[in-house]
Design a protein around this ligand. Structure first.
Ligand code: PMP
Length: 408
């Protein structure tokens, strides 16, 4: 397959031509939020200029058009995830809300004291804290799959932790802090053997690789729009149909009901609307559809292959820096490069390198338990997207070297 045409890709992103502190922007904080192509930005203008209206209430043209575009995105997401049925796609505010939905709906209905939920040492706080909150209320036990020194999940320990008490395994597909790609299909198979369900946090996988929820055999799969070139404020929960149909509503309000009465029990809409109370982020959902169309137009496989080249080049270059340690050395890695440097605080590196126009992330990456295990409380993280170039990698490495020299 022909390689990604990076120059053409860059043309779609107006922000890439801006300067920061008088230097051309080198944006390497894509794991936090990716930049937004013109096609996605235009979707907002188009919606608010032409057909802004509340959806599913019909009977006028604008509402019909908005509803069609909104529901059209559900179909776009269905195809993006390889799901069988668009009713399995629920729009949320993001990955965080998707996980909280599962915890509060499925979790409250199905978990009891004595049960076990397995998460992993690699989790983002959004796949830790909802389970901690619920465990404190219900009294089930939260167990943690350990990581090895490369930052890969210890699969032997995982097998040992699984038992007939395990009701749910909740793990990320790709770690935001280290970039580790987890073998979620195999983990799903093992979970199912024990009669447990699996929830996969796909926030960091969907930007980089083809995801197929059926091939993984995921019971739940979550991702965020703003990490796949879409807007903030929108994300997706995929769920297996029988599960979603059996789950009680989480939030109540308009859109999610069939009938409301004071004399007989309120009845609820069918999925997916049962889980979409209130007016959703209509423009954001429609723009998410445009982001997915943009990705499919470029080719997610091409994007992943190109990011792999960027990661390999960056890894090789930074390894030459004296006293620099890369965290996350699993061979299965997505476009994330996390590192610490002897004699230079991550925060200082982040602040100074910004002065040179380079945006990286510093801090705990919402994965404090993981970093604690590596004996650090912060790392520097460079993360790549389709529009990054080898020249930008060179600029980043040169800037990093300069900053380290200053700090030492
Ligand atoms: N999980 C992972 C692996 C993430 O990287 C993130 C975002 N950093 C989240 C969950 C939370 O996503 P959001 O903030 O968009 O809800």
């Amino acid at each position: 397959q022909p390689a990604l045409d990076v120059a053409a890709v860059r043309q779609d992103f107006p922000i890439l031509s801006r300067q920061v502190h008088g230097k051309p922007l080198v944006y390497l904080d894509n794991a936090a939020t990716s930049q937004t192509p013109r096609q996605v930005i235009d979707a907002f203008d188009d919606y608010y200029s032409r057909y802004n209206a509340n959806i599913h209430r019909g009977l006028h043209t604008l509402s019909d058009e908005a509803t069609a575009a909104f529901e059209g995105t559900r179909e776009t997401v269905r195809a993006f995830l390889g799901a069988a049925d668009a009713r399995q796609i629920i729009f949320t505010r993001g990955t965080t809300e998707a996980i909280n939905l599962v915890a509060n709906s499925w979790g409250r209905a199905n978990l009891k004291a004595g049960d076990e939920v397995l998460i992993s040492m690699l989790e983002h706080h959004s796949n830790i804290v909802p389970w901690q909150l619920l465990a404190a209320e219900i009294g089930f036990t939260l167990k943690v799959i350990p990581v090895d020194e490369r930052g890969a999940l210890d699969q032997q320990a995982y097998r040992a932790l699984l038992s007939e008490r395990t009701r749910l395994v909740a793990v990320n597909h790709v770690s935001n802090a280290l970039g580790t790609v987890n073998p979620v299909a195999e983990m799903a198979r093992l979970a199912h053997e024990q009669g447990a369900l699996i929830l996969v946090d796909g926030a960091q996988a969907t930007p980089h690789q083809r995801v197929n929820v059926d091939a993984i055999d995921a019971d739940f799969y979550a991702f965020s729009g703003h990490k796949i070139y879409g807007p903030t404020g929108v994300g997706v929960l995929y769920g297996r149909r029988e599960l979603l149909e059996a789950m009680p509503p989480w939030q109540g309000g308009g859109e999610m009901i069939k009938t409301v009465s004071f004399d007989s029990p309120t009845t609820f809409a069918a999925i997916p609307h049962k889980f979409e109370a209130g007016t959703p982020a209509i423009a954001e959902v429609i723009a998410l559809g445009k982001a997915i169309e943009w990705i499919e137009g470029v080719g997610i496989e091409k994007i992943g292959a190109w990011e792999g080249e960027l990661l390999a080049h960056a890894t090789q270059e930074v390894q030459a820096i004296d006293g620099l340690r890369i965290l996350g050395t699993s061979p299965e890695k997505a476009a994330v490069l996390s590192f610490v440097v002897d004699g230079a605080h991550s925060q200082d590196i982040g602040l100074l390198i910004d002065q040179l126009g380079v945006a990286i992330r510093t801090g705990h990456h919402c994965a404090q338990p993981l970093l604690a295990q590596f004996g650090v409380d912060a790392t520097c993280r460079a993360s790549f997207a389709a529009y990054n170039t080898l020249e930008e990698v060179e600029t980043f490495v040169a800037a990093l070297q300069r900053v380290i020299t200053m700090l030492r």
